[in-house]
Design a protein around this ligand. Structure first.
Ligand SMILES: [Zn+2]
Length: 239
């Protein structure tokens, strides 16, 4: 959080360290002073302003309190619930989650917004379904492309909520992946897909296998290291 804010430039989101949080600015008639709060449930920040306080003063207050916000976020439990209003990483992009009961399609991903249809009570179920479908699509698109390069054919692709491994490959050409890979950076998803596709050709971890992985995903070593270090974080997100 840097810089000064002008009244006409109020961000909807707040960058705190590595994180981007929704920011809600409220006015409260009886508030005596500016009040800044972090809401762990929504993973959002609210700024309450007294009646006659200008937004710019509120934003400057926010800047002064950035140290406190960073500490608060670092101390919060690592779970993150996916609810309307939150921002989640999706295939390396930051996507804001929305609910729209009137929407005709079950879900829509457009211009950085993922909108889920249906009753609010069904949001959790529908959100999980949407994420799985998006994961399957994204993973399949990458896998098919890579399989072509290796001259092998994929029999079937499934996505699951696996805990022990990010992907697997059977001798009959069935590939299976954790749908949580959609929360990972693009190169990481590329690497896991490349790894399983390479197994279509080599059912081992020989030098030939790793050369094929490198051919499909030149940056695989960094991605592999990322997974080792941050893989657990992909379990933070739950609808
Ligand atoms: Zn392997």
């Amino acid at each position: 959080m840097t810089g000064l804010w002008h009244d006409h430039a109020v961000p909807e989101f707040l960058q705190v360290g590595e994180e981007v949080l929704p920011l809600v600015i409220k006015r409260h008639r009886s508030a005596k002073r500016i009040c800044l709060r972090y809401h762990p449930g929504d993973h959002a920040v609210s700024l309450t302003l007294p009646r006659h306080t200008r937004v710019v003063e509120g934003m400057n207050f926010l800047t002064q309190k950035s140290e406190w916000l960073i500490t608060t976020l670092m101390e919060m439990p690592s779970k993150k619930r996916i609810k309307p209003g939150v921002v989640i990483p999706l295939c390396g992009e930051r996507v804001r989650v929305k609910h729209d009961a009137q929407q005709h399609t079950a879900f829509m991903l457009k211009r950085g917004v993922l909108t889920i249809a249906g009753d609010r009570q069904e949001f959790t179920k529908r959100m999980t379904e949407a994420l799985r479908k998006i994961a399957r699509q994204e993973i399949a698109a990458r896998a098919e492309k890579m399989a072509k390069k290796t001259g092998r054919r994929i029999h079937r692709i499934t996505v699951r909520d696996t805990r022990s491994r990010w992907g697997s490959c059977s001798s009959t050409g069935n590939l299976s992946f954790s749908w949580r890979l959609i929360f990972a950076p693009e190169e990481v998803m590329q690497y896991v897909v490349a790894h399983e596709v390479a197994h279509l050709r080599y059912m081992n971890h020989s030098d030939k296998f790793w050369s094929l992985v490198a051919y499909l995903c030149p940056d695989y070593e960094a991605a592999k290291a990322w997974l080792k270090l941050h893989g657990k974080e992909l379990y933070r997100f739950n609808a």
